[in-house]
Ligand binder design. Structure first.
Ligand code: MLT
Length: 393
């Protein structure tokens, strides 16, 4: 037998496992020191009361022979897929419920979708970006070309005519930089993909943070995108489901390559390899889209938005360059004093107990940068930025 040798091409640890390891070593060395966690983008506020109520009554249904449910539809219950369609309608996008596939989260789907594509496809990945895109393609042995996101293009690279790619990743609002494409900019990407016959894998996990007019919530705000894009989204950052697990992927009927419907292929893949998300979780997710649920969720999102402002204000006062924090829970800053972002990570942790994420963990172009997340409680963010200010003033 033989193993998949592509794994040898990966870094030893997944980025956030590496961070946890370093924090563990630090807390073993200094068990009495406070740790201010602003590293992994993990929510801290509890689930909305409406979500909890819906999940409780779903548990009751599961405990009653008359309402008990076994295997659900692999694609997700129609009640949830209809709620997702209604949500999209609220920002002007019309989808068919059969184009939506409910899953346990965007991360799994972003990896699993690669089952649909030939190994010889060339993949275009912005740098820096969420490391899952590159890692999953390295595992599959695909050729990757990186597209430079940097200060001069506002971390929003645009297509270049001479570039040739079959699969294009876009993450907007971007993880890690917080930069977000306008619908006008996305139109250029869609036209480029159409011309190349490429497929865009659009990660919209942070769309609920978009507050600015003209910034895209979904790639389907550009009508032709249904012919060239798959969109991934999640309840994790929108409704605090990082531990509850629920996401969805949109594969439009109009998306065909080599004469084959990618939606049919994805349906075939999911029905074979996936048995759906728990009924209880799906009831909770649907409740997040009810009127009451949306109100409660937007209160939580405001807390994170305010945290982002606390971070931005401190950096502005210190004269440290940053981007993000406006349409995103992430603030992306230039490391003060250090050009090596892992060295900056270690220094900041040692000096203040603040945990962030080193920019180079998201790609070569992230070197010299650092990500702070607003997913934390206000007290943590305030204390962290006070400590940060004391060091770099
Ligand atoms: C991050 O911190 O980049 C995210 O939380 C990772 C994820 O969503 O998987």
């Amino acid at each position: 037998m033989n193993i998949n040798k592509n794994y040898a091409k990966l870094k030893e640890n997944y980025l956030f496992s590496e961070i946890s390891q370093r924090v563990k070593t630090y807390s073993e060395k200094y068990p009495d020191r406070e740790i201010l966690k602003m590293g992994i983008g993990d929510v801290t506020l509890p689930l909305a009361p409406t979500v909890i109520e819906a999940m409780r009554s779903a548990v009751e249904e599961m405990g009653d022979a008359d309402t008990f449910r076994g295997y659900g539809p692999e694609q997700g219950y129609p009640f949830l897929r209809e709620s997702i369609c209604e949500y999209y309608r609220s920002f002007g996008v019309s989808l068919d419920a059969d184009e939506i596939f409910v899953s346990d989260g965007a991360k799994s789907d972003l990896g699993n979708i690669l089952d649909l594509f030939d190994q010889n496809n060339t993949v275009l990945i912005p740098d820096p970006v969420y490391p899952v895109y590159a890692d999953t393609n390295i595992m599959a042995g695909r050729k990757i070309i990186y597209l430079s996101a940097n200060e001069s293009n506002g971390f929003l690279p645009m297509p270049e005519e001479k570039m040739r790619a079959d699969i294009i990743y876009i993450c907007s609002p971007n993880n890690p930089t917080g930069a977000a494409y306008s619908t006008e900019q996305l139109k250029e990407w869609v036209h480029y993909a159409q011309k190349q016959g490429a497929v865009i894998l659009y990660d919209a996990a942070y769309e609920s943070f978009v507050g600015e007019q003209g910034i895209a919530r979904s790639i389907y705000q550009i009508e032709e995108a249904k012919e060239c894009a798959i969109e991934f989204c999640s309840f994790s950052k929108t409704a605090g489901f990082t531990g509850t697990r629920c996401g969805y992927t949109v594969v439009p009927f109009a998306l065909k390559r080599c004469g084959v419907s990618l939606r049919s292929m994805w349906l075939r893949r999911q029905t074979t390899k996936f048995n759906g998300v728990s009924f209880i979780v799906q009831r909770g997710a649907a409740a997040a889209f009810s009127e009451k649920g949306r109100k409660q969720i937007s209160e939580n999102l405001s807390v994170y938005r305010d945290n982002a402002q606390i971070i931005c204000n401190a950096l502005r006062k210190l004269g440290i360059w940053y981007t993000g924090g406006e349409n995103s829970p992430y603030v992306w800053l230039k490391c003060p004093m250090f050009s090596d972002s892992f060295m900056f990570f270690d220094y900041l942790l040692e000096k203040s107990g603040i945990v962030g994420t080193p920019g180079s963990g998201f790609g070569k172009n992230g070197e010299g940068f650092f990500r702070l997340t607003a997913f934390a409680d206000k007290n943590t963010v305030q204390r962290a930025m006070e400590k940060f200010t004391k060091i770099f003033v």
